[in-house]
Design a protein around this ligand. Structure first.
Ligand code: XLS
Ligand code: NI
Ligand code: NI
Length: 435
């Protein structure tokens, strides 16, 4: 039975099409820079936004129409939602999905019953995956919604809450493993603090690392070889979150010896909340060999919170795809639409407009990024800007084969340095040629 009866399977019709239910730029099987577009993007839909987000905000309740959902917490309702979700994946041509344990299955009276429901839904999802060829990009556990996690999960002051969270991680890893998930994400929803007056920061960070190590060891035990990710975010819900940005996450991973086991899942709106551009966060992650996956969305410049809008900004998608190409493409990760419709866009068809727009925006970003790389003017400019490091005193400093006295002697004999222009305006003009 179809739940999106008026909506066709979305096809590529090219830039001149005016059909709102068609791709103008995303052509999944078209080869761009050596591989099909779908393999560059590895698009994923977020189960929580597509199926569970009622679009409420702090001032008003849900608006989203979900005629297939009886609003009950029953297992039956959960199974039915999964069917609707897979029809959505089929019609949009999105190859992957991501979930939290509590999006796909209900939380029931106790942990044993919740685990049981999760296993049943997982079984059902496996059947849907087999029938459709759709794949799981990553799974995760929701360790932030329930009141027991109000003061954290891995960083809770209560060891029993920690254990409950760890049990959820174990069950969510089992589900992810069973579904052939290519990754497993930790977003520290409440892993932070509201005030240091009641917080032992050092102890909480030790506990968070302990949680991650338990997961790493358990993965070995069950043979889960997917990639672990942590997802930086500076605040919201906590005043301060420990995994506040890419640099803080990398420092944490290094401090606790976890670098070999984790990569980062970078989300645009989290980057901007941290006071960085997405380009900055991606660069920090890539330079550490630790960019794993991307939560694709964008923020609103006029609103100071995580608005999770669908990505439509072509400068943003171009800069993201430049970085993805620079690192040689995704391996286990992809572009997960961790994005929601605006509260005003409450009809089911809006789910399609939102994802079509995001996919087309990334397709244009990919093509622009490929063209910018082929043109080479930007890359050549950057390479030339550092040319003084390729020989002479620069090469000696980089090669660590010089003393401070020798460097000082160079400065004395070379005289006042001549600095070349950074040409920022010219470089922006060049980028605009391609967008
Ligand atoms: C919330 C996060 C969340 C993670 C998964 O801001 O982005 O959706 O991606 O727990
Ligand atoms: Ni996210
Ligand atoms: Ni987010």
């Amino acid at each position: 039975m179809s739940h999106f009866t008026n909506i066709p399977k979305i096809q590529y019709e090219g830039p001149s099409s005016k059909n709102p239910f068609a791709f103008k730029h995303y052509n999944p099987d078209e080869t761009v820079a050596g591989k099909p577009m779908r393999d560059h993007m590895r698009f994923a839909a977020a189960y929580w936004h597509v199926m569970r987000n009622g679009l409420s905000d702090p001032f008003g309740g849900p608006t989203a129409l979900m005629p297939w959902d009886d609003q009950s917490n029953s297992l039956d309702n959960a199974l039915k939602r999964a069917d609707v979700f897979f029809e959505f994946l089929d019609k949009t041509g999105i190859d992957y999905y991501c979930f939290h344990d509590r999006d796909i299955a209900p939380e029931l009276e106790n942990l044993a019953k919740s685990n049981d429901a999760l296993e049943k839904v997982t079984e059902h999802l496996l059947g849907l995956q087999k029938a459709s060829g759709k794949k799981l990009l990553w799974g995760t556990a929701c360790l932030f919604s329930h009141p027991r996690y109000a003061q954290g999960a891995g960083t809770s002051p209560s060891a029993d809450v920690f254990a409950y969270g760890a049990a959820q991680v174990k069950a969510a890893m089992d589900a992810t493993h069973k579904l052939g998930g290519e990754g497993y994400t930790f977003w520290g929803g409440r892993e932070g603090y509201a005030t240091l007056l009641n917080t032992d920061m050092k102890r909480e960070l030790d506990h968070l690392a302990a949680m991650l190590w338990l997961a790493v060891d358990y993965a070995k035990k069950i043979g889960f070889t997917g990639q672990f990710y942590i997802e930086p975010k500076p605040r919201e819900p906590s005043t301060h979150q420990y995994d506040s940005d890419a640099a803080a996450c990398l420092n944490f991973l290094r401090q606790y010896g976890l670098m070999d086991h984790f990569k980062l899942n970078i989300e645009t709106n989290h980057a901007t909340l941290a006071g960085h551009t997405m380009l900055h966060e991606l660069t920090v992650a890539i330079d550490a060999g630790a960019l794993g996956s991307i939560d694709a969305n964008q923020g609103d410049e006029l609103i100071g919170w995580d608005t999770d809008e669908f990505p439509t900004d072509l400068y943003l998608t171009t800069s993201i795809m430049l970085k993805v190409l620079e690192m040689g493409g995704f391996t286990t990760g992809g572009l997960n639409f961790d994005a929601k419709r605006r509260r005003e866009s409450h009809e089911p068809e809006d789910l399609f407009h939102a994802h079509i727009g995001g996919m087309d925006a990334f397709a244009r970003g990919l093509k622009a990024a490929v063209a910018i790389r082929e043109d080479r003017r930007l890359a050549d400019f950057v390479a030339n800007r550092y040319a003084t490091w390729n020989s002479g005193i620069g090469a000696k400093i980089e090669g660590k084969s010089v003393t401070l006295e020798e460097v000082a002697a160079h400065a004395l004999s070379a005289g006042e340095p001549v600095l070349a222009s950074g040409r920022q305006e010219l470089l922006k003009n060049i980028v605009n040629e391609f967008i």
